[in-house]
Design a protein around this ligand. Structure first.
Ligand SMILES: [Zn+2]
Length: 276
């Protein structure tokens, strides 16, 4: 864990340091993970319904995507009920699945949607509500490609140590906004920077969400950062990446790691059950 955090600070976030914002720090070296022959990262947002012409930037990543069979029929984990939401860094399942998650939303590459369509895997997007609301067409396209949208606050603050009123507003207002924008019911929450306290989990529960999730592994600039020395993803692990300029490389790296670990990507939402 310590080694991972040494790597992670300044590159990945994800070890709880509020000074490193994985959502707001531009990737500084994405050129090293993007094929130099093509040059263009195409950061321009596109609507989901836009025509998608052949794109030479995408081709090397499509060629590297692993092929997966369908995930096994879920044997869901039963979530406990209140007074606070449960928090998971990995889901305690005994099935050969892992869960890919994507946070924040600021960098919306035109190649992201066709990549995820081609990958044919489910994934969960924890979005900052105002970021998502500025370009809902992009995220609807990601939904259509297999993504499910969940709650990641309004202003992406450090939650730990803040008042109940503050945390409740961040969680509930984001839920309301995302549900208004996308017409779907939010069920999960991820705290910015992975930092939370019991007040956070009370607020998550009181806002009607079922569980909160941190992560087991992170991916940045096409590199998977493992939490253990085995360098294998374990069943039930949750992989964190972001909407960053290296999105194509990060998805490819995450899926390759899942494949090399003998696992299949599955949808987090399908592997839990709760009382309605
Ligand atoms: Zn975030």
């Amino acid at each position: 864990m310590l080694v991972v955090c040494v790597f992670a600070i300044g590159m990945v976030g994800g070890c709880g340091s509020p000074t490193v914002d994985p959502g707001h720090t531009p990737a500084s070296s994405h050129a090293t993970s993007t094929p130099s022959a093509t040059g263009s990262a195409k950061p321009t947002p596109v609507a989901a319904s836009s025509p998608l012409p052949p794109d030479p930037t995408l081709a090397p990543y499509l060629a590297r995507l692993p092929h997966f069979g369908p995930p096994p029929t879920p044997q869901p984990v039963t979530l406990p009920t209140g007074p606070k939401a449960p928090m998971y860094h990995r889901l305690p399942v005994n099935q050969p699945v892992a869960f890919l998650t994507m946070d924040d939303g600021q960098t919306q590459l035109s190649d992201a949607i066709p990549l995820m369509r081609a990958a044919h895997i489910p994934f969960t997007m924890f979005l900052i509500a105002p970021v998502a609301a500025r370009n809902p067409g992009f995220f609807r396209g990601m939904e259509a490609a297999g993504g499910v949208i969940e709650d990641h606050t309004i202003t992406h603050p450090e939650m730990k140590g803040k008042s109940y009123q503050f945390q409740h507003r961040e969680v509930c207002d984001a839920r309301t906004s995302l549900e208004h924008t996308f017409g779907k019911t939010m069920t999960f929450f991820r705290p910015p920077y992975g930092d939370y306290d019991t007040t956070t989990l009370r607020a998550v529960h009181d806002c009607g969400l079922r569980a909160a999730f941190d992560w087991s592994e992170t991916v940045n600039n096409g590199v998977v950062y493992y939490q253990t020395s085995t360098h294998r993803i374990q069943p039930g692990d949750i992989i964190l990446m972001h909407f960053r300029p290296a999105f194509l490389a990060d998805v490819t790296a995450a899926l390759t790691a899942i494949h090399n670990s003998g696992l299949t990507p599955a949808l987090l939402e399908n592997y839990v059950s709760f009382q309605p």
